[in-house]
Write a protein that binds this ligand. Structure first.
Ligand SMILES: Nc1ncnc2c1ncn2[C@@H]1O[C@H](COP(=O)(O)OP(=O)(O)OP(=O)(O)O)[C@@H](O)[C@H]1O
Length: 248
């Protein structure tokens, strides 16, 4: 990939907390249509990376570039989390509509006033995640896996070209986890999204991602096509005996 293809481009991303370096000059390109799995041991800087990309943290140095800066406010990046943060008493459709409000610049609009066009778009997003038939149920009535798919639909409604998923399947049972990962891969391809998913399950990364990137101590130690990462390399990533060769 040339850097010109990248939908998301990180250069020299550096972040420290209280003098302790968490990200140490991270360079990373993610292209449209690609699902990248970000792996690494606890505390290696995965969430900090996503938070810097989303603008939730300010890096000490380095840059984050996102192609297609078409958003009204903020960086054109959508994010889903392990905890889905839906409003359980509101309908599934209202929760998805909420994803469009920032883009439209209508923060604070009462759900009853969601414009028809936004409702129609939200229905389309729900259809993409296979939950159009649950649009009028309360969000809190859905299973954990279904709620995560609603959170993905809400992210789609933001129309961001980059989707960040921080441990999106850690709270899900194995079948729901497979469904959500399969959904993320399909959306990357069909919608041309650049998707970065933080995972603690290398096997899920191997099955669903296009590329696996391993972080250790805030540095890139592994960058390979998913499915080609050997057990020995994973052992080294998590045990950290020797720096791995960056293969991509
Ligand atoms: N706001 C903060 N203030 C101080 N330290 C922080 C802050 N956010 C993260 N850290 C520290 O930075 C390091 C990296 O945290 P981060 O959450 O990025 O790791 P991670 O790779 O996502 O870990 P995990 O797999 O456990 O979720 C950790 O040592 C963490 O305690």
């Amino acid at each position: 990939m040339t850097t010109r293809d990248a939908a998301l481009r990180l250069r020299g991303l550096t972040k420290a907390y209280a003098g302790r370096t968490v990200l140490d000059g991270l360079d990373l390109d993610v292209r449209s249509g690609e699902l990248l799995a970000l792996l690494g041991p606890n505390g290696c800087g995965k969430s900090t990376t996503l938070r810097c990309v989303a603008g939730l943290e300010v890096p000490d140095a380095g840059s984050v570039e996102v192609a297609a800066e078409q958003h009204v406010s903020g960086r054109p990046v959508a994010m889903v989390f392990q905890r889905v943060h839906l409003v359980p008493r509101r309908s599934v459709l209202d929760n998805v509509c909420a994803g469009g409000l920032g883009r439209l610049g209508w923060r604070g609009l009462a759900p009853a006033l969601f414009p028809t066009a936004l409702r129609e778009e939200a229905m389309g997003c729900l259809d993409r995640v296979g939950l159009a038939d649950r649009a009028h149920d309360r969000a809190g009535r859905l299973s954990g896996g279904q709620q995560q798919r609603v959170a993905v639909a809400r992210a789609l409604c933001q129309r961001a070209p980059v989707l960040l998923a921080d441990e999106p399947v850690s709270a899900l049972d194995p079948r729901a986890a497979e469904q959500v990962m399969s959904l993320l891969r399909d959306l990357a391809r069909s919608e041309g999204l650049a998707v970065v998913a933080v995972l603690h399950q290398p096997a899920l990364a191997a099955r669903h991602a296009d590329r696996t990137v391993g972080l250790r101590d805030g540095r890139l130690l592994l960058d390979q096509p998913a499915g080609t990462v050997s057990a020995a390399n994973l052992d080294l990533l998590y045990a950290g005996a020797t720096p791995l060769e960056v293969a991509a």
